[in-house]
Write a protein that binds this ligand. Structure first.
Ligand code: SF4
Length: 222
């Protein structure tokens, strides 16, 4: 039976992550402590793919990139480029909505030390595949980091050697334009690997790409 795009709350497929999840259900029973669902409209043209829920982020709150530092930069950037509306206040009831954008993760359960194993990435990819295929209007994918980039390529059946990861790179894949960015983690921003300007530049390109496509289809209609 197909698993669909959203894992069950008690998805049993990665024993190490299940054990970690269960331990946090005991430690913090008020937390979400389950596979983080995708956030945003299914009809969006953009899918942003992160690595995995942060322990105190989506694993705690239940919404991707919500509650830890990565979300501050991501949602601020999305708002600047018209992909989000409302005020991000680090909890799922803050009323923030995504416009023409959706957010998901390569791995849906929080991994210890933010490090999923290759086997866990591979196992969770069926959900990423389904997420990609259920988005009928998908035109652009933003991969946050090398793991997300590689998992997206594997999900769409494209080869990493043909589309290597590089921050700011764009790849015209048979399944839409893939944009690469370093992950907006606190570590990357604190160490200067990724500055807010570098991150915004990626989303400026995504916006330009989508606007150009809209213009082209409007012109074609006349
Ligand atoms: S990471 Fe994905 S496949 Fe593994 S247990 Fe969580 S939801 Fe299931």
């Amino acid at each position: 039976m197909p698993l669909g795009a959203e894992p069950d709350r008690n998805c049993p497929r990665c024993p190490r992550l299940v054990a970690f999840r269960n331990a946090w259900r005991v430690n913090e029973p008020e937390w979400f402590n389950a596979p983080a669902p995708s956030f945003g409209p299914i009809g969006a043209r953009v899918l942003i793919v992160g690595l995995a829920p942060g322990l105190q982020g989506a694993n705690r709150t239940g919404r991707p990139f919500t509650g830890d530092y990565a979300g501050v930069l991501l949602y601020d950037t999305l708002s600047r480029f018209g992909f989000a509306k409302g005020v991000y206040a680090a909890h799922p009831d803050d009323g923030l909505t995504l416009l023409d954008a959706r957010i998901s993760n390569a791995v849906r359960c929080v991994p210890p030390e933010n490090k999923p194993t290759p086997e866990e990435i591979r196992t969770c990819r069926s959900f990423l595949k389904e997420t990609l295929s259920e988005m009928a209007n998908l035109r652009a994918i933003v991969a946050l980091g090398r793991v997300a980039h590689a998992s997206v390529l594997a999900a769409i059946g494209a080869r990493l050697s043909v589309y290597p990861f590089a921050h700011g790179a764009q790849h015209a894949t048979p399944h839409g334009r893939l944009f690469d960015s370093y992950h907006c983690s606190r570590y990357n921003t604190n160490t200067g690997v990724l500055t807010p300007e570098m991150f915004r530049a990626v989303f400026a390109e995504v916006r330009t790409y989508l606007d150009a496509r809209s213009q082209a289809s409007t012109s074609a209609a006349f």
